[in-house]
Design a protein around this ligand. Structure first.
Ligand SMILES: Nc1ncnc2c1ncn2[C@@H]1O[C@H](COP(=O)(O)OP(=O)(O)O)[C@@H](O)[C@H]1O
Ligand SMILES: [Mg+2]
Length: 221
């Protein structure tokens, strides 16, 4: 059973963290799939320290970009690659597409240069699937629970970020699925997502175990 990297992308307050939790719960409960929930920037002590700098200290956009990539390089080697090697499913809250959307489209850094740095930091690892939770930025900002430097940006910045995500989707449509944020309960949205995963990665699913089915007996008994 091969490991999968599934990334969750979208503006602030679009329900990424909530959907990851609900999806991981359902994958473990219904399919006995071993999941790792992680986030960028962050996911381990050093990258969480970089996250704190990124989210709370004003800095030049290029510094911002390099800090994201530094946190990513560490996260790749300490969390993502080991989990994928163990055939786990990694559900990652933001990844390279957020860097394109925020530092590329939002801050106005050169899109292709950001893409190149992403590629260096990830050593070419790309998500098997990326989920875009689409939300009108104004609504997302109202809904966001985390206070940080990005959340405090004007709505125009967040509009550009959303356009950045849409550009990533146009460039690689087959890698993405788009969901309307907050359109259903987190549990129902997770079930819908899992149906899509079953269609896309049928070999990665074990047979659903029914609690009432008798245990298989050996034919020698
Ligand atoms: N499907 C949903 N339906 C209703 N409320 C939701 C849903 N998903 C998330 N929320 C709520 O929206 C807020 C932001 O969700 P969160 O997962 O933190 O978003 P993000 O991680 O994208 O910033 C939280 O208060 C959360 O409980
Ligand atoms: Mg979140």
């Amino acid at each position: 059973m091969p490991g999968l990297l599934i990334t969750f992308e979208g503006n602030e307050g679009s329900g990424k963290t909530t959907l990851i939790r609900a999806t991981a719960e359902a994958l473990q409960r219904d399919y006995q799939i071993s999941t790792v929930e992680t986030r960028e920037p962050g996911g381990l002590l050093l990258s969480e320290k970089i996250r704190d700098l990124l989210l709370h200290y004003p800095m030049n956009p290029w510094t911002e970009l390099f800090l994201y990539e530094a946190a990513r390089a560490e996260h790749l080697h300490q969390v993502l690659l080991p989990a994928l090697k163990k055939n786990q499913w990694v559900l990652c809250d933001r990844f390279t597409d957020s860097t394109l959307a925020y530092q590329g489209a939002g801050r106005g850094l050169n899109w292709d240069q950001v893409k190149e740095l992403n590629l260096l930091a990830t050593q070419g690892l790309t998500p098997h699937l990326s989920v875009f939770l689409d939300i009108p930025p104004q609504l997302g900002l109202k809904n966001a629970t985390e206070k940080n430097r990005f959340e405090e940006e004007k709505v125009g910045f967040h509009q550009k970020v959303r356009q950045g995500f849409l550009k990533s989707i146009r460039q690689e449509p087959q890698r993405w699925i788009q969901l309307k944020a907050l359109s259903d309960s987190p549990q129902n949205m997770a079930s819908g997502l899992i149906q899509t995963l079953k269609t896309r990665f049928p070999q990665s699913f074990r047979k659903k175990r029914s609690p009432t089915s008798p245990k298989k007996r050996s034919t020698r008994e």
